[in-house]
Ligand binder design. Structure first.
Ligand SMILES: NC(=O)c1ccc[n+]([C@@H]2O[C@H](COP(=O)([O-])OP(=O)(O)OC[C@H]3O[C@@H](n4cnc5c(N)ncnc54)[C@H](OP(=O)(O)O)[C@@H]3O)[C@@H](O)[C@H]2O)c1
Length: 303
């Protein structure tokens, strides 16, 4: 079996990659930073520590690294710019150097928000133009990784998925809860939830993304791949779909326009992605929001 190193296995995306790595004939080793990981072959790693990163990658000697670390809280990044730079750019640089030294492939996870959102339905040939600091750091990490001889960059959009250990860890810099779990928790308590009507994205089921990332780990092609859900929706429309699927009253979701909703960092108006290139190259089908939510519901029933 080839060896895979999943860096950031405690995050939403990393935690979905590890359990299915074996079906892609990978033996997965993992890293965690502040949260203990329950996966086998796990080590603590702070990716901003260059020596530790180089040392760990040398010891694991992976064929492929997937970097699923980041400071993902967009508003936190806007007010903690140096820290965001250290983790999102410095961490990617350390892992890229380690990948080069060990002659292995690096799969880097980026974001739809490298685009400014003025027109939406972006393809991989569209020119990025970030409008907040988080997105600046993600674009800078893409530039570092794309210098490698063996790499892939995946751009998902708002990632959601079922997590049974919801709200287990609240940190300001990463997301304690993804948007879907946040909405469901409110609805379960019969509380109202406000959702923005005029910012559009391509909600991406974390399990579907993990599948795409493992295919990218196996692929031979270098380059950027849009790996997002097929639907282009506002958070409001997405929350209404959650209500319908999970049997909650839609009236609990309150529509709000972005100019009435306090967000520290500016957000793209429409960062929806076209996914045909990845679907064709990887032989995968990305799910619509309805399909992804239905899968979440199936997982919720299993506990
Ligand atoms: N979530 C989204 O909506 C979304 C959308 C587009 C793109 N993305 C990208 O997808 C990737 C995965 O996101 P996610 O939602 O899974 O993130 P997440 O749930 O917030 O998890 C972040 C991960 O990064 C790790 N981490 C943070 N700082 C670290 C450091 N200094 N050293 C080592 N590890 C560190 C965390 O480890 P500990 O928890 O152990 O501290 C955790 O495993 C990121 O690159 C993100 O930018 C996410």
């Amino acid at each position: 079996m080839d060896k895979l190193l999943v860096v950031g296995s405690t995050g939403l995306v990393g935690s979905k990659i590890v359990p299915i790595a074996q079906t892609f004939e990978f033996e997965a080793s993992c890293t965690f930073n502040t949260r203990q990981s329950s996966f086998p072959r796990s080590s603590q790693l702070d990716v901003t520590d260059r020596d530790a990163t180089l040392k760990l990658v040398r010891a694991v000697d992976p064929d492929v690294i997937i970097n699923s670390t980041a400071l993902t809280n967009v508003d936190y990044c806007e007010t903690h710019k140096a820290e965001a730079e250290r983790v999102n750019v410095g961490g990617a640089r350390n892992l890229a150097d380690a990948a080069r030294d060990n002659n292995c492939r690096l799969v880097q996870i980026s974001t739809d928000s490298v685009f400014d959102g003025t027109h939406g339905h972006y393809t991989e040939t569209d020119i990025p133009h970030p409008i907040n600091h988080y997105s600046n750091t993600k674009l800078a990490s893409e530039e570092i990784v794309s210098d490698l001889p063996n790499f892939a960059i995946a751009r998902p959009s708002v990632v959601y998925g079922w997590r049974s250990e919801v709200a287990d860890h609240a940190s300001a810099s990463t997301k304690a809860m993804n948007f879907a779990m946040f909405v469901l928790e409110k609805l379960n308590k019969n509380e109202t939830v406000s959702a923005i009507t005029d910012q559009y994205s391509s909600p991406t089921l974390a399990d579907n993304l993990a599948d795409a990332l493992l295919r990218l780990a196996r692929a031979r092609e270098n380059g950027i791949f849009h790996t997002a859900g097929r639907s282009c929706l506002s958070r409001y429309e997405f929350a209404i779909l959650l209500c319908r699927s999970f049997g909650h009253r839609s009236s609990l979701v309150q529509p709000v326009s972005s100019n009435k909703f306090k967000q520290v960092a500016e957000r793209p108006r429409n960062s929806c992605l076209q996914v045909e290139k990845a679907e064709k190259t990887l032989g995968i089908r990305f799910l619509t929001a309805e399909e992804g939510i239905a899968e979440m519901r199936r997982q919720s029933q299993r506990g």
